[in-house]
Design a protein around this ligand. Sequence first.
Ligand code: ZN
Length: 86
Amino acid sequence: MTITGIVRRVDDLGRVVIPKEIRRANKIKEGDPLEIIHTTEGILLKKYTEHNYCVFCNTSTEIELDGISVCTHCISRLGKLMKEEK
Ligand SMILES: [Zn+2]
């Protein structure tokens, strides 16, 4: 996760503008479907696709945790990192 420091206000219809630089970096074009995911840390907007892709390496995966897709390879890598930090 990257904190951008960008703040946007919700308008009277509940809309929020995603800044152009964020849309460009995430290859979001006008008309693209976005999935709204409610997580324990807040709201996550994700490009909607019929297939889920790992948030770390972008490979196709069916594993989802709190609406976030992670592949088995990255789960294994995270597990190793957690062991190293102990
Ligand atoms: Zn992965």
